[in-house]
Design a protein around this ligand. Structure first.
Ligand code: IMP
Length: 219
């Protein structure tokens, strides 16, 4: 019997970890790996792909010499709003501290995580500054796989997108991040009004993870 491919999940987010484990159910997944705890990775890339790769490489290094065959899986994701020239983009998680709507010379903000509510408020404020109430937008997820098969080092990137509309009135209590202001194309409800299983069928992350799975199955 062929041995299952080992995948160390490079995320501490419970929702993402569960989604990854569902999609990679035929693989030997390792979640909440002790050796990744407390690892500080500076995400200083200029794209979702670069940041996902930076994380996956750092986690792979942290596995050390005895790691053998297997892959680290890491992701990076965010929301790109058309009317805002693609912002918040790679800065989605900490947008409230970086948004032009919030920065003035007298009050430089520290770069750290902001709450979902603060981030959403910034996007809405920027839409209103342009006198608009909605905009075409895209959720993007990049997945990086870094690992080894039969001693051969491999890096692989995949990307998934979800098109939709950003609105200026949050709706729904489900999900996280910008879900409450994002209406996927072909739907009337926001992601915040959808059940997790519905969102997971169409999500940007799902698409990128499926492509990553196909790649591993092709090895
Ligand atoms: P990261 O990929 O964990 O760095 O997350 C980036 C940020 O993008 C999150 O903190 C959210 O604000 C936003 N984001 C990414 N994916 C989603 C999603 O599926 N729904 C809502 N917000 C998301």
């Amino acid at each position: 019997m062929q041995e299952k491919i080992k995948i160390w999940i490079g995320s501490s987010n419970a929702g993402k970890t569960q989604e990854i484990q569902q999609i990679f159910s035929g693989f030997d997944t390792i979640a909440n790996f002790e050796g990744f705890r407390g690892l500080e990775v500076e995400e200083n890339g200029e794209s979702f792909e670069e940041n996902a790769l930076i994380k996956a490489r750092a986690f792979y290094r942290a596995l050390g010499e005895g790691r053998g065959d297997g892959f680290v899986l890491a992701d990076d994701s965010g929301l790109c709003v058309g009317a805002l020239a693609g912002r918040p983009g790679i800065y989605s998680a900490r947008y409230a501290y970086l948004s032009p709507a919030n920065i003035s010379k007298d009050s430089p903000k520290p770069i750290q995580n902001a709450s979902d509510k603060e981030n959403i408020a910034c996007v809405i404020k920027e839409l209103h500054q342009k006198s608009i109430h909605s905009s075409a937008a895209t959720f993007v997820a990049a997945i990086a796989l870094v690992g080894c098969v039969k001693g051969k080092y491999i890096e692989k990137l995949t990307r998934g997108e979800l098109e939709g509309l950003v609105v200026d009135t949050p709706r729904g209590q489900n999900g996280f991040g910008y879900d409450g202001i994002f209406v996927p194309l072909g739907f009337e409800r926001t992601l915040g009004e959808m059940e997790a299983f519905e969102k997971n069928q169409i999500s940007h992350r799902r698409k990128a993870l499926q492509e990553a799975k196909l790649f591993l199955q092709s090895l």
